[in-house]
Design a protein around this ligand. Structure first.
Ligand SMILES: Cc1ncc(COP(=O)(O)O)c(C=O)c1O
Length: 367
């Protein structure tokens, strides 16, 4: 079997060792005579996996005791609704920084909930009109409402290839971040955040599980007039065993985190992710007449690198030939076009080296 080099935006590449472990244990999990897929979530074999997954996240991300780690379902889009359902109290307003399609949708969900619940969601600034989301706002554009319920940002904009290089200061207002496409790719000071959420399917595991890291006081003070299944408190009080969790997704996330920790954890990931992104951007920048990166340099993402070729025909040719060379998943999002390489944690430097070698060859022939 030949594995391709997978630059998918998500679900995305997983470490081979994490998949091999799942394969080897699929039918008989740790000598129990059944698959983990068949185990009760209320019994020791699964509970051990569940607790280890949470412990790995806590250790690798240095999550302080002030914050709970919750494993939920519904993906990041679920959190677009669940965040305001919990944190946007009647009479309050939340601030949204709109830096991409996901951020825009997060805001729209908060508006909908606010309409039902006597609250508001305001756009602090949007970078859609002036720059088609090709930049992160500057400090002076961020005039936050000091009485806001929270400030919501999207730390990495998966479609447009932009990323916050440092996080905004929000004073006493809790900072909420959608980190779906960059959680665990670089160090974060969790204590600066009220709440972080991420669909696991890019950097930390497969789809089906959503990681939420939230300050305990925010969880405790969450709205109680919402269904129990959407309350952070339900998950915090039950170690995320409020209802049947996505057991297999959490198991594969556990395997993935183990591999990433063995590779050196957040320090090694930070180093390698920076090297991968630098190699790719350097290659693009070296031939500005052929490759063009639309994102402002200061806003470039180290996770999703987007670029264009001189014509759409050449882009099509590039993607076709790349695929034939086993470099897959490079098509830009349908709303953006062009090329996008998603270089999450499980994509190694050697994989990006293969891509860059292919790019140089392609340029030589077509430039
Ligand atoms: C930054 C960001 N937020 C939200 C989402 C939506 O995530 P989900 O499909 O888990 O709802 C994505 C998916 O690509 C994303 O990249």
């Amino acid at each position: 079997m030949a594995r391709v080099v997978n630059f998918n935006a998500g679900p995305a590449a997983l470490p081979l060792a994490a998949l091999e472990q799942a394969r080897d244990e699929l039918i008989d999990f740790e000598g129990t005579g059944m698959s983990l897929l068949e185990h009760s979530h209320r019994e020791a074999p699964y509970e051990k996996v569940h607790r280890e997954a949470i412990a790995l996240l806590r250790r690798m991300l240095s999550v302080p005791e002030t914050h709970d780690i919750l494993l939920m379902q519904g993906g990041a889009r679920g959190q677009f609704a669940i965040v305001p359902m919990n944190l946007l109290h009647a009479g309050k307003s939340a601030d949204y920084v709109v830096t991409g399609t996901w951020a825009k949708q997060a805001h729209e969900e908060a508006v909908l909930f606010g309409n039902m619940a006597g609250a508001k969601a305001r756009v602090v600034v949007s970078t859609e009109k002036d720059k088609k989301f090709a930049r992160i706002p500057t400090k002076d554009e961020l005039a936050f409402d000091p009485s806001a319920a929270y400030v919501h940002i999207t730390s990495n904009n998966t479609l447009f290839g932009t990323q916050w290089q440092s996080y905004p200061e929000t004073g006493d207002v809790p900072l909420v971040a959608d980190m779906t496409s960059d959680l665990l790719s670089r160090p974060i000071d969790v204590s600066k955040f009220g709440l972080i959420y991420a669909g696991a399917q890019k950097n930390v595991g497969p789809s089906g599980v959503t990681v939420v890291i939230a300050r305990k006081d925010l969880i405790a003070g969450g709205r109680t007039d919402i269904p129990q299944i959407f309350r952070y408190k339900s998950f915090a009080d039950s170690e995320s065993l409020f209802n049947t969790p996505p057991t297999f997704a959490i198991y594969v996330m556990r395997n993935t985190l183990r591999v990433l920790e063995e590779q050196g954890g957040i320090e090694a990931l930070t180093r390698e992710n920076a090297a991968k992104a630098k190699l790719l951007y350097d290659t693009i920048d070296a031939s500005p007449d052929f490759w063009r990166a639309p994102v402002e340099k200061a806003s470039r993402s180290i996770m999703n690198v987007v670029w264009r070729l001189p014509t759409e025909e050449l882009e099509k040719k590039f993607l076709g030939e790349a695929k034939a060379a086993s470099l897959v998943g490079l098509k830009g999002h349908r709303s953006v076009g062009g090329v996008r390489a998603s270089i999450y944690n499980a994509v190694r430097l050697a994989d990006v080296e293969k891509l860059v070698a292919f790019m140089r060859e392609f340029e030589k022939k077509n430039g």
